[in-house]
Design a protein. Structure first.
Ligand code: PGA
Length: 254
């Protein structure tokens, strides 16, 4: 088993490009070489910041990789306000978050559009981080596993075993995002194991290699325990990724 941890900072709609440069510079001081041996680190700024972050990361040979938070699935065309996968690939973006629950809930994304986006990201030689997760109502009704399974089957349709093995799934229970409520490490582990089993049933053989992040109020205080669980291969971090010292402590916990 050789899955490398991936800790990703999802900045959401925060920081202009000047603030973004400051944050990656602070982060590069906080992280030491040793941190990157065990953990791959990606930062996902808003679109308007990506070029600036890419330039600093490459000029100063920082070891993070640059990510994006979303994209359209077409290469180009009359889609006002959208950004395409080849535009991101040209900025050396490596990971693209697709189907974040905020996109699904606020912007009406469905498993079908998430699937189109994931496949478009793969087509342009980047890696999707496909987000899934249940609401509190679904968890309380005992439907969490079935909800996540349906999201995975819909979002990962038509992806080859090789591409599925290389992909990242982020399990983010919606009730834990930005709320300060974290799933217990046991609950998070159980659902990540379920995600792995579902991925393996979609494409036999892919389950062992797919990387599964946990997300939802990950903080320095809970990161080590979450990341020590066998099926949790990293974290997708929102709020705490906006503070260099906190994010660095989460990375060090991996
Ligand atoms: P949070 O966000 O860490 O602020 O809960 C996680 C996410 O939405 O990816």
């Amino acid at each position: 088993m050789s899955r490398r941890m991936l800790v990703s900072g999802n900045w959401k709609m925060n920081l202009n490009h000047l603030e973004a440069i400051q944050l990656v510079q602070k982060l590069s001081y906080e992280l030491v070489d040793h941190d990157y041996e065990a953990v791959e680190v990606s930062v996902h700024p808003p679109f308007t910041d990506i070029r600036s972050v890419q330039t600093v990361v490459e000029a100063d040979r920082m070891e993070f990789v640059v990510g994006a938070q979303n994209c359209h699935w077409k290469d180009s065309g009359a889609y006002t306000g959208e950004v395409s996968p080849p535009m991101l690939a040209k900025l050396n973006v490596r990971y693209v978050i697709v189907g974040h629950s905020e996109r699904r809930q606020i912007f009406g994304e469905t498993d079908e559009t998430v699937n189109l986006k994931a496949r478009a990201v793969i087509k342009h030689a980047m890696t999707p981080i496909v987000c899934v997760g249940e609401t509190l109502e679904q968890r309380e009704a005992g439907e969490a596993e079935a909800t996540v399974e349906a999201q995975l089957r819909g979002s990962l349709r038509g992806i080859s075993v090789e591409d599925l093995s290389a992909l990242v799934v982020a399990y983010e229970p919606i009730w834990a995002i930005g709320t300060g409520r974290t799933a217990t490490p046991d609950d998070a582990q159980a659902m990540c194991a379920h995600v792995r089993a579902v991925v393996d049933s979609i494409r036999p053989g892919a389950g062992a290699d797919v990387r599964i992040q946990y997300g939802g109020s990950v903080k320095p205080v809970n990161a080590a325990e979450l990341l020590s669980r066998p099926d949790i291969d990293g974290a997708l971090v929102g709020g705490a990724s906006l503070e260099a010292d906190k994010f660095a402590r989460i990375v060090s916990a991996g």
